[in-house]
Write a protein that binds this ligand. Sequence first.
Ligand SMILES: C[S@@+](CC[C@H](N)C(=O)[O-])C[C@H]1O[C@@H](n2cnc3c(N)ncnc32)[C@H](O)[C@@H]1O
Length: 206
Amino acid sequence: MGEARDDRWVRYYDNVAGRPPRGTLLRALAAIDAEEGGPRSDALALDLGAGDGRDTVELLRRGYRVLAIDCEPRAFERLRARADLVRREALETRVARFEDVELPPADLINASFALPFCRPERFAAFWPRLLAALKPGARFAGQLLGARDSWASGPEITAFEPHVARALLASLSVEYWWEEEADGATPTGEKKHWHLLHIVARKPAR
Ligand SMILES: C[S@@+](CC[C@H](N)C(=O)[O-])C[C@H]1O[C@@H](n2cnc3c(N)ncnc32)[C@H](O)[C@@H]1O
């Protein structure tokens, strides 16, 4: 990821500041509340590509320990400066590419609008490691990029035909799947065609 992309992330943080948690995360949390009465006391959530923390702050608020991973250090400067950041002692931040990190066993893995930025040649090895880090009964919440997205042909972008993305989820129970396709714009104002695969999926309990 070059300097231009890094600056783009900082402008992105400026433009999304104060936005609520992502819908995919809220769906996963609602399912955990409904089926398990909420997270157990020492539950660990991973937030991959956490950015300035719109999902991380919600996970902390709900009682999770959180390992937030992002390759852009300025993301965590902003996260730590947030007025709505609670339970700071339960937050660990790591400046790294998530595909380079040994993921610990987790009760929830959240990756909102982040996995598409894993380079394609790294994704094939990374995805099985993400699946392995889900504890039995744990959920994944996040997005994959669809093949018709305007960004899909970029050399640093990972995108999938929907049927291929479904195959990646074959070992999980898919609780939510929304294929969104529309012309629109990014939070920084770039016009583009979106093709997004919004996902909540659960690893079978033992
Ligand atoms: C579109 S933003 C999403 C931020 C936040 N999850 C959200 O939903 O608003 C993507 C974030 O992923 C980070 N990122 C991109 N590629 C990454 C990688 N390979 N490893 C870790 N972080 C990455 C960027 O620095 C950026 O903060």
